[in-house]
Write a protein that binds this ligand. Sequence first.
Ligand SMILES: Nc1ncnc2c1ncn2[C@@H]1O[C@H](COP(=O)(O)OP(=O)(O)O)[C@@H](O)[C@H]1O
Ligand SMILES: CC(=O)N[C@@H](CCC(=O)OP(=O)(O)O)C(=O)O
Length: 320
Amino acid sequence: MLSVIKFGGEVVGRAEQLAHVLTDVAALVEEGWRFVLCHGGGPQASALGRALGIEAKKIAGQRVTDERTLRVVSQAIAGEVGCAVVAGAWASGLAAVGLSAGVVHARRRPPVPVGEDGELVDYGLVGDVTRVDLRAIEACWSAGLTPVLSPIGVGSEAKEPLLFNVNADTVAAALAAALGADHLFAFTSVPGVLRDRADPSTRIPRLSAAEARAAIAEGTIRGGMIPKVEEALAALAGARAAHILAPEPGALADEASAPGSRGTVLIAPETRGRTPAATRGAEPSAAGRDKVEGPVQGDPPLEPTSAVAPQLLDSAQDRR
Ligand SMILES: Nc1ncnc2c1ncn2[C@@H]1O[C@H](COP(=O)(O)OP(=O)(O)O)[C@@H](O)[C@H]1O
Ligand SMILES: CC(=O)N[C@@H](CCC(=O)OP(=O)(O)O)C(=O)O
């Protein structure tokens, strides 16, 4: 089994929650699972910025990033937060190593229409993922280490050194798609997608892509949950299942063995019949994938979001 995990800065900031996830990961690694751990660090970046007199500006959940902000983001997230996750991993019995830039390649996002009025927003040095280079990840696995990845993209298309700020949910989705992962697990502060976001008992165990899109359109899913669900759907371009869940003890193993039991699972439509997503450069595609457990019927073919470039999905190699 191969899985990508994403946790935001809020989870990293709560040592107990992070330890729940990392302890569960360590147990599954013992059983032979492979993981990539993608972390965020939005709150930590905002706090460091504030201390330096730089106020955070987020539009639709994404940080408008000028040069100074990028320095803050890389220092806080690739620096402090990434190291904290690696330290937490070792403390939880998980042999892990931190990776910052060089795995995720990105280009500058052009101004994009946002919101109901479609106003053009220039996010500055925010990157859209162009491709994912999996060599370092594979080297980690070969060495018996779990890679911990920061959401920093390198602008390898340019002749000048460029770094970009990439949303951590986007990084995790791009990786899960490129790896053809069995699972993407996105840990957040709520136990999944809720029918009533004020009531945790209203968790929706299983969502098709069509249902998820309808829930966004009718306003059941809003705020920070919108990009999370959109990225989960984007991951399904190559991954088998994407789960949104809270960092509680045992949640990871329970949700993996019984999808929807502890969170919300979004499952790739069986009809898609696509090969797993690209992993390394222009390598040719390998084997197709097995039937997904409990496929959702009748969904339209999934398209990657703008954040996951189509070339990720062209050439593929099954890593599972
Ligand atoms: N239908 C919904 N179900 C669950 N959460 C929702 C829903 N709609 C909006 N939300 C909000 O989305 C938040 C999760 O997004 P966010 O805080 O950005 O996650 P993270 O920081 O973990 O990336 C929840 O805390 C909740 O307030
Ligand atoms: C472009 C953009 O918004 N990037 C994010 C990257 C970190 C992140 O996603 O962290 P969380 O998961 O903790 O929110 C940011 O600057 O906050």
